[in-house]
Design a protein around this ligand. Structure first.
Ligand SMILES: Cc1ncc(COP(=O)(O)O)c(C=O)c1O
Length: 376
C-alpha cells in the first residue's frame, strides 16, 4: 500500500498546459504574464481589489508588517494556536509578539480575550502596532467582534488566511477583512504552487509598494539604485502558471475536503471521547484538515497512541499545532490565556485530509482509529 500523507498536492491536469505555455513564452522569471493573471484571478476569487504574488506566505506576512510600519519596540497581538511562521514574521521586523489564546468553539483567536487585552493596553497608553489573526485549519476567525474591537482603537488587522483559502465568514471569502490578508501555496495547502504566497489588500498603493519591496526595491533609474532595503520575494512565472490551474479547481477541492471530513464524522462519531473541530455557525470551513480531540479517559487511548498506530500503517497524521507560548523560541513572550490552546495541543490530532482521498482510504484510517478505542 502506498503511504497516505496528511495533505498532499492534488493537480488537476490544467496546470501542465499553463506551465508549457510559460515555457514556450520564455517568461522563466519572477515576473511575466502568468504572474499578472494569477494576481488578477486571485484577487477576484477572494473579493479584494489587489494581490501581489510572492515566494511564500511567510514573505507576505513580513511585507504586511513592513507596510504597516511595524518595527522595533512595537507589540503585535497574535493568535497563540498557529504555525510558527505567523509569529516568526513579527520578529523579522524587530517587534514582540503577544499571544492571545484560542476560543474552544472555533479554535481561532478568542475575540473576548482580544478585547480585554486591547482595553488594558489602551488604559496603559500602549496599544499594539497590529493584530495578526489566523484562520485556522480552514476555518475563518470570528471576524465581526475582532474588527469591532480593533476598529475602536484604530489598530490595523492582518489576516493570516494561509490555511483557509476557500473558507467564508458570513458569506464573504476570507482574506479580505483586514488591512492585509495573506495566503500560502505551500505543498500541503488546499491549492499549491509547490511553494508560494499572496498578499492581498484593497489598498492598491500598498500592493504596488509590496511588489517594489519584493523585487529588491529598485529605484526607477537605468542603473541599479536603491534608496530602501529590498527583498527577493516575487513569485516565479512558472509557479504562477501552476497556481492559475489550481485556482480553477478550488471549489472542487473545498467540496472534496468537506466530503472527507463527513466520511470521518460518519465513521467515528459514535466513539466516546472523540470530538471533531467544530464548524462555527458564522461561516463555511474548508476542512483543510480534519482535526479532532481525543479525551484519553473516555476513549481509552491518547491522540499519540492513534498517531503511532497510523504511522505503523504508513499513514501520516499530526498533533494539532503546539501553541506559540509553549515554543522554546518564544519563551518569555507574554501570553493572554493559553489554557485552551494547550488543551487542544495535548489532545488534538489532524487526520489525513487530502482532496484525492477515497472513501476506501478514509474507511481504512477510521478503522485504525476505532481499533485504538479501549472503551468501545
Ligand atoms: C497559519 C500559517 N501561516 C503562515 C504559513 C506560512 O506559509 P508559507 O509556508 O507559504 O511561508 C503557514 C504554512 O505554511 C501557515 O499554516
Amino acid at each position: 500500500m502506498t503511504k497516505l500523507y496528511l495533505s498532499p498536492p492534488h493537480m488537476s491536469g490544467e496546470e501542465l498546459e499553463l506551465l508549457q505555455d510559460a515555457f514556450a513564452s520564455n517568461w522563466i522569471a519572477p515576473l511575466g504574464p502568468h504572474v499578472d493573471a494569477f494576481e488578477r484571478e486571485f484577487a477576484d476569487t477572494v473579493g479584494v481589489g489587489h494581490a501581489a504574488a510572492l515566494s511564500s506566505g511567510t514573505a507576505a506576512l513580513h511585507l504586511a508588517l513592513l507596510l504597516l510600519g511595524v518595527g522595533p519596540d512595537d507589540e503585535v497581538f497574535c493568535s497563540d494556536l498557529t504555525f510558527a511562521a505567523t509569529a516568526f514574521a513579527i520578529t523579522y521586523v524587530g517587534a514582540r509578539p503577544v499571544f492571545i489564546d484560542a476560543d474552544c468553539g472555533t479554535w481561532n483567536m478568542d475575540p473576548g480575550l482580544l478585547n480585554e487585552a486591547l482595553v488594558d493596553r489602551a488604559r496603559r497608553g500602549r496599544l499594539p502596532a497590529a493584530v495578526l489573526v489566523v484562520d485556522l485549519y480552514g476555518q475563518s476567525a470570528d471576524w465581526e467582534p475582532i474588527l469591532v474591537a480593533c476598529g475602536r482603537y484604530g489598530v490595523p488587522v492582518i489576516e493570516d488566511a494561509a490555511e483557509a483559502l476557500g473558507a467564508t465568514c458570513h458569506g464573504r471569502p476570507v482574506g479580505g477583512v483586514g488591512r492585509f490578508g495573506i495566503f500560502s501555496f505551500n505543498g500541503n495547502k488546499i491549492i499549491t504552487t509547490s511553494g508560494g504566497g499572496m498578499l492581498v489588500s484593497d489598498d492598491g498603493e500598498a500592493i504596488t509598494r509590496a511588489r517594489f519591496l519584493a523585487s529588491q526595491a529598485r529605484d526607477p533609474a537605468p542603473h541599479y539604485q536603491h534608496s530602501t532595503i529590498g527583498y527577493n520575494y516575487r513569485m516565479s512565472n512558472l509557479l504562477a502558471a501552476v497556481g492559475r490551474g489550481q485556482l480553477r479547481v478550488l471549489e472542487e477541492r473545498v467540496a472534496a475536503r468537506r466530503q472527507v471530513f463527513s466520511w470521518y464524522k460518519e465513521l467515528l462519531c459514535d466513539l466516546p471521547g472523540l470530538e471533531f473541530m467544530p464548524e462555527a455557525e458564522y461561516g463555511r470551513s474548508t476542512r483543510w484538515l480534519t482535526c479532532l480531540t481525543v479525551e484519553p479517559g473516555e476513549f481509552g487511548a491518547t491522540r499519540e497512541d492513534i498517531r503511532l498506530a497510523l504511522e505503523e500503517e504508513d499513514i501520516e497524521s499530526r498533533p494539532v499545532w503546539k501553541p506559540m507560548h509553549l515554543q522554546p523560541v518564544f519563551e518569555g513572550c507574554e501570553v493572554i490565556g493559553g489554557g485552551v490552546s494547550e488543551g487542544l495541543f495535548e489532545q488534538g490530532l489532524c487526520l489525513p485530509s487530502g482532496s484525492a482521498l477515497s472513501r476506501d482510504d478514509v474507511e481504512r484510517i477510521a478503522g485504525i482509529v476505532r481499533h485504538q478505542c479501549r472503551n468501545c
